[in-house]
Design a protein. Structure first.
Length: 366
């Protein structure tokens, strides 16, 4: 029925272009009203569709804008770098703990050494322990260097994290972690320095004990020589004196080496005493030669001169306790301050790490 019209009087269909009915002549009705009645329906539907589309477009636009404006944090890269950094820290900690454990193990062996002995055999056994201890500690030193290298690697990874796009609080967290690692590396440097000082101390003790062994052997030969003199076994006594001179020279040599490592006054006094004894031994040797040649008066004169000089030599003797005291003062001055600095740096490192952990706990769940 659309676009058709009919006569309102007779009902005859009227062509749409006609004005009057061809049958009865009545004026034909207009179809404008029908078009107007149908047009609003179409317009409302179109407007409805346009409105929905517009709303969808706006929503999509808002979502897109939010996505574009929202910060894109590089958490995947962060996790990759933090895992690498933490691995290096764990390795550094493990290696340092290995160093500490082995150091404690060898220090326990050192503590069990029986120092107060007059036996050359016992001191030779002590010297073996000391040399083993020294070699073992020398082999531990690279562990400190390796531990520091791992901390350095972790610092590199942490610094790379600071180049990523992350929430502001993570930069503060990472800065504290970096500062903690730097403190730890400084502490290791101090420990390496402590180790080098301890090495000097070990070398001193080894040379000193080596000299003590020569001293005990010197005394043994001297006692044998005196016994043989009393028995008029002058040939054997001469051999004893020569052996004692050999041990005395070695004794002086060892203690001079110890003094070069740590120049303590008490040891220097004892070296002076030994040098004095060495010169007096020449009189003893000449006296024995005179006895062998039956020049008894000459021999007696040499023995008296030698004995007199030996008694003067002992005026400069310092006790082993004096040497231990001087060595303790050297350790107190040269090693303990460095170790205290290292301990303090480790404490500062731990505090910085604890601060970073608090920042992480406060923010990472937000």
């Amino acid at each position: 029925m659309k676009n058709k019209k009919f006569c309102i009087k007779c009902g005859e269909e009227i062509p749409k272009d006609s004005i009057f009915c061809s049958k009865c002549g009545t004026k034909a009705p207009e179809i404008k009203e029908e078009i107007q009645n149908s047009s609003p329906s179409i317009t409302l539907q179109n407007k409805s569709k346009i409105g929905v589309a517009l709303i969808i477009t706006i929503l999509v636009g808002i979502a897109g804008a939010y996505f574009l404006l929202m910060p894109h944090y590089e958490w995947d890269k962060y996790n990759e770098l933090i895992d690498k950094g933490n691995f290096e820290i764990d390795e550094g900690n493990r290696i340092r703990e290995e160093y500490v454990d082995k150091l404690d193990e060898w220090n326990n062996k050192w503590d069990k050494i029986y120092w107060e002995t007059g036996s050359a055999y016992v001191q030779e056994n002590n010297l073996k322990i000391l040399n083993d201890y020294d070699n073992a500690i020398d082999n531990l030193n690279p562990l400190l260097v390796e531990s520091s290298r791992h901390y350095g690697n972790a610092e590199i990874y942490y610094k790379e994290i600071k180049t990523l796009n992350l929430p502001d609080w993570t930069y503060e967290y990472i800065d504290l972690r970096i500062q903690s690692l730097q403190k730890r590396k400084q502490a290791l440097s101090k420990e390496i320095e402590v180790d080098s000082k301890r090495k000097i101390g070990r070398d001193f003790v080894i040379a000193y004990v080596d000299g003590q062994i020569d001293g005990l052997k010197f005394s043994e030969e001297m006692n044998k020589g005196l016994i043989n003199i009393n028995l008029y076994n002058f040939d054997k006594a001469q051999t004893n004196i020569k052996n004692s001179q050999k041990y005395l020279s070695s004794w002086i040599y060892d203690w001079n080496n110890a003094y070069k490592k740590i120049p303590i006054n008490s040891l220097k006094s004892n070296i002076t005493t030994l040098q004095c004894l060495d010169s007096s031994m020449d009189y003893m040797s000449r006296g024995l030669d005179a006895f062998n040649n039956m020049n008894y008066s000459v021999a007696t004169n040499y023995f008296e001169q030698g004995t007199s000089k030996m008694s003067l030599c002992t005026n400069t003797v310092r006790s082993p306790e004096d040497i231990v005291l001087d060595l303790s003062l050297w350790i107190e001055k040269n090693i303990e301050p460095l170790q205290n600095q290292a301990d303090k740096l480790y404490e500062e490192s731990t505090k910085l790490e604890e601060q970073s952990d608090k920042i992480w706990e406060q923010n990472h769940t937000k």
